[in-house]
Design a protein around this ligand. Structure first.
Ligand code: NAD
Length: 361
């Protein structure tokens, strides 16, 4: 954390309005969380890094990349000094950089554990992309390493910060829907050949690890319960070489302690826009595009109430700044993140159980 003056111009204007000379009395020190971006791919360059500019506390102060030219281009855009550009080989040197408070890990899934553990050893906080790891054992090691280093570990479950998803949770918790009886949800897309997501070693699995995890996590935050049983099937239809190492389709069901049941689908073979439907004893909620970067749309029919029809007014990267700020606030106030490492670990354990069930189905 540092005390910055990044809101200087706005505050200077305020100062001028109070008759203060610019820079005198107008500079209120402000806290920030300075992120080192690990992996310059789609999610980091197109979503998270721009989001830091919209966030209250997030700043990009260092980069880790295997491509120096790309890193230099991004460094110029974000004002990162050359001394704060690292390769994967000299990553551990971030320990000696006081301009880094936290790392944002946006690497292929199987690399999350190693780069989180190395960050913890370098005494940095961690915001790690989903899925947290490729096994529950790795996820547990990440939790342990961050705990031992007394550093925060947060998993980037952005939908837990998205207003329409939160509205659905609110409707359920208010009791208006009655008892949750069943949930139906899905998320998938038709994947292009050549993606690292099709390589088991890097991805750890297929669409379940990548996008099915949104449905899994949603079932948990919608019910507020932990599944007590899972059953699953996986399949490959397209014999075009894409699915030699990972599943193409996966369908699973879950049972919760209350008796609520969930039915979930994920695929790499079809464009399945993320959605969920929650069937309660007194009403139904339907959210379309539930897990997209924007465009969420909620309709609900609840007994005795006028129909609800609400669409997100946010535009990408609207819920990413909240991720950057939430970790910052947790660091400032020494609080546990809403989606700490244990939350990611629970999903890893459940995905392990889902894959295990596929083997016996
Ligand atoms: P990407 O392929 O666009 O970027 C991956 C980055 O890792 C690249 O900079 C690449 O150079 C680097 N890399 C380092 N070693 C590599 C290797 N051996 N093979 C391939 N790439 C290597 O991927 P992405 O879509 O940005 O996904 C990165 C992570 O972010 C994944 O874990 C993914 O699940 C997650 N993600 C999260 C969201 C979200 O909405 N929260 C969305 C997309 C991706």
């Amino acid at each position: 954390m540092e005390l910055t003056r990044r809101r200087f111009s706005g505050m200077a204007a305020m100062g001028a309005a109070w008759g203060l000379a610019p820079g005198i009395g107008a500079q209120q020190p402000e806290r920030s969380l300075r992120y080192c971006i690990v992996g310059l791919g789609r999610i980091s360059m197109q979503h998270f890094m721009p989001a830091t500019r919209l966030s209250k506390y997030g700043r990009v102060t260092a980069l880790v990349s295997g491509h120096r030219d790309k890193a230099e281009k991004m460094a110029a855009e974000y004002g990162v000094p050359a001394k704060s550009i690292y390769s994967y080989e000299d990553y551990d040197a971030i320990a000696g950089n006081p301009e880094i408070d936290a790392v944002y890990i946006a690497l292929p899934n199987s690399m999350h554990a190693e780069y989180t553990i190395r960050a913890a050893k370098a005494a940095k906080h961690v915001l790690c992309e989903k899925p947290m790891a490729t096994s529950a054992a790795d996820a547990q090691a990440m939790v342990d390493a961050c705990r031992a280093a007394r550093r925060k570990l947060m998993i980037a479950y952005r939908c837990q910060f998205e207003p329409i998803n939160l509205r659905a949770v609110g409707l359920i918790r208010s009791g208006k829907l009655g008892k949750v009886e069943a949930i139906s949800t899905g998320f998938g897309f038709n994947i292009a050949a050549g993606e690292w997501r099709l390589n088991r070693k890097l991805a750890g699995g297929g669409p379940l690890m990548d996008v099915g995890i949104y449905s899994l996590n949603a079932c948990r935050y919608l019910t507020g319960e932990e599944p007590v049983g899972v059953q699953a099937y996986s399949s490959v239809i397209d014999q075009d070489g894409r699915f030699r190492e990972v599943e193409e389709n996966l369908s699973w069901s879950m049972k919760f302690p209350s008796g609520a049941v969930a039915s979930c689908n994920t695929t790499y073979g079809a464009n399945l826009t993320g959605f969920f439907r929650v069937f309660g004893s007194r009403g139904v909620i339907h959210v379309e595009n539930a897990f997209g970067y924007d465009g969420q749309h909620l309709t609900a029919a609840v007994e005795g109430e006028p129909p609800i029809n609400e669409a997100s007014t946010e535009r990408d990267p609207a819920h990413f700044p909240r991720l950057a700020d939430h970790l910052a606030e947790c660091v400032f106030d020494d609080k546990e993140p809403k989606c700490a490492g244990e939350e990611g670990l629970r999903d890893m354990q459940l995905m392990g159980a889902i894959y295990k069930s596929c083997q016996t189905a």
